[in-house]
Design a binder for this molecule. Structure first.
Ligand SMILES: [Zn+2]
Length: 247
């Protein structure tokens, strides 16, 4: 299932129950709708300082594709935030250390790439804790940021993240780079069409939940996105450099 189809599905599933839910339970619905979320929850959406764009990659690490992203970012002297999956990280522990050693920010995307809205509080907490502890052990530094699979938040996610001292961050612009028909041109056009200063860009350095080989379109789009940001006078970096106040 693609991320957009899943988002629509989860949004549909959440909406009929909304009138009878307590205010706290509005979170899954709000965080699912991008434009509304960006306005109502700027911090959760990754809104930062207006002269900066945060570059983020989800679903890695991947032995095949991630090293190519690291090489490209090194050539362009740009740092990014990598939201790693725990079950991917244990398969490539050296690569996790390499990402950190290159100066990138390490964050977590959960242990398994499953929508947390469908899981209970205990399973949600265990998933996040396992991912945080495993990635933290590999790098020697506890991750502080968390992005739920598909961007779907729930009350259980909010509570688990708070207990684990993880700050959830979503995105303001994505490249639809998970699609089989994505090209460097389409990813660049989709990202920059929605991109303003202070925005957070979501891309994928791995195809583990995307169309096979889709990361090639992402890799081709990154230099164009960086060029467009430079033309617009926007600096690009990780989330740790993004916010006026530290996230
Ligand atoms: Zn993901």
């Amino acid at each position: 299932m693609t991320a957009t189809r899943l988002l629509r599905t989860t949004a549909r599933a959440a909406l009929p129950a909304l009138p009878v839910l307590a205010a706290a339970y509005a979170a899954p619905v709000l965080s699912t709708y991008g434009p509304l979320r960006n306005r109502v929850m700027p911090r959760l959406s990754g809104r930062g300082r207006p002269d900066h764009v945060a570059l983020t990659f989800d679903d890695g690490p991947d032995r095949l594709s991630t090293p190519l992203f690291l090489r490209l970012l090194d050539e362009r002297r740009v740092h990014a935030t990598f939201f790693l999956l725990g079950n991917q990280a244990v398969r490539a522990p050296g690569l996790v250390r390499e990402i950190a050693a290159a100066g990138h920010e390490i964050a977590v995307h959960g242990w398994l790439h499953r929508p947390l809205l469908l899981r209970g509080p205990r399973a949600t907490y265990d998933d996040l804790a396992r991912a945080r502890d495993t990635v933290g052990d590999l790098t020697g530094c506890a991750p502080r940021l968390f992005r739920p699979p598909y961007g779907v938040m729930s009350t259980a996610v909010h509570l688990a993240a708070r207990r684990l001292d993880l700050t959830p961050v979503l995105w303001t612009a994505w490249g639809e780079d998970w699609r089989a028909r994505a090209t460097p041109e389409s990813v660049h056009r989709t990202v920059t069409g929605d991109l303003r200063g202070g925005g957070t860009v979501l891309l994928h350095d791995s195809d583990c939940t995307s169309a096979p080989g889709s990361w090639r379109a992402t890799l081709g789009a990154v230099p164009r996105i960086l060029d467009t940001c430079a033309r617009r006078g926007l600096s690009v970096g990780p989330l740790r450099e993004h916010a006026v106040d530290p996230l």
